[in-house]
Design a protein around this ligand. Structure first.
Ligand code: ADP
Ligand code: ZN
Length: 295
């Protein structure tokens, strides 16, 4: 019997099964095309296994409030065919097992807390800086949700004094994602983030924005660890600059652990989300067993 995990992304669906000790048995990646085509391949993979439970971390925004009609749906995405799509429903139809359902970044935060850079802590934030910016929050070892899942990438930020760029966010223009996600680097410079030299002045601006956002998250939630992932964070020098910007902007107001230990890169490179999804599958199975025992 196996746990099934899915990291459902806008580019690819990573699917994995693990055994009862959470060793990954098999992992595949399916390109995200139409829902029909993508799910046919995903189902083909999981059909080979006897599953105990599943965990899905999906790109969003998604409906996560169980009492609402849009629970389990992918909501307003520009990705053709996927907006208002009942993703969780398709899995529930196919597999009659308990299924955990959350965002990709929440699954990643959970994975990092249990097995990665925030291991041993009770709370952490996971922030991805890639095509977009998104954050996941774990508090008291539980994924946090309220009226929905947090949308930490779309917070408003104070402008860098030298930044004239209008921003890429279709909703807010110059929210954090609008001024600091990968596409904004390219829009300002004409050069993709991965090709920009380390001494390009844009990195100071980038660090100013991410450092500022991290300060706001810390002031709001005081998490025990901040874990950074995503393509843009592959720039090693950027992490140093972000830590420095965080310290400068915090200006000694709130005491935090040493930044070198507090603001860190992911501990499960490229796997935080899929490992988190598998761990969530285990959790939902345990919750189910417990509920049946009490009934
Ligand atoms: P996604 O967010 O789609 O899952 P990524 O996390 O790889 O994918 O993010 C892609 C974005 O990150 C693009 O805007 C790309 O230009 C930028 N990016 C990818 N690698 C790097 C790098 N090494 N340095 C800076 N930016 C990068
Ligand atoms: Zn926005």
């Amino acid at each position: 019997m196996y746990f099934g995990g899915i990291e459902a992304g806008g580019t690819k669906f990573v699917c994995a099964v693990s055994d009862k000790t959470q060793q990954i048995i098999e992992k595949i990646s399916v390109p995200t095309t139409t829902p029909e085509e993508t799910l046919a391949k995903v189902f083909q993979f999981f059909d080979q296994y006897q599953l105990l439970s599943m965990g899905i971390g999906s790109f969003g925004p998604i409906g996560i409030e169980p009492t609402k009609d849009n629970y389990g749906y992918i909501l307003a995405t520009p990705k053709p065919g996927w907006a208002e799509f009942d993703l969780l429903g398709k899995f529930k139809e196919r597999y009659q097992v308990p299924i955990a359902w959350t965002t990709d970044v929440n699954a990643a935060a959970f994975g990092e807390l249990k097995k990665g850079a925030a291991r041993g802590k009770k709370s952490c934030i996971y922030l991805t800086v890639g095509t977009g910016i998104g954050g996941g929050v774990v508090i008291d070892e539980q994924i946090f949700s309220g009226i929905g899942h947090p949308e930490m990438g779309h917070m408003h930020v104070k402008r860098h004094p030298n930044d004239e760029y209008e921003g890429t966010c279709p909703y807010h223009k110059d929210c954090l994602e609008g001024v600091a996600a990968g596409p904004s680097l390219e829009a300002r410079t004409g050069i993709k983030g991965q090709d920009l030299p380390a001494d390009h002045p844009i990195w100071d601006m980038q660090a100013y924005y991410i450092g500022q956002a991290l300060m706001s998250y810390v002031l709001t939630l005081a998490p025990e660890k901040i874990v950074l992932g995503g393509g843009v964070m592959n720039q090693d020098h950027l992490l140093m600059k972000i830590r420095q910007a965080f310290v400068e902007q915090m200006a000694g107001y709130m005491e935090t652990p040493a930044v070198s230990d507090y603001i860190v890169r992911w501990g499960l490179p490229n796997e935080s989300g899929i490992i988190g999804s598998l761990l969530l599958a285990e959790e939902v199975m345990n919750e189910n067993v417990e509920a049946e025992r009490r009934a």
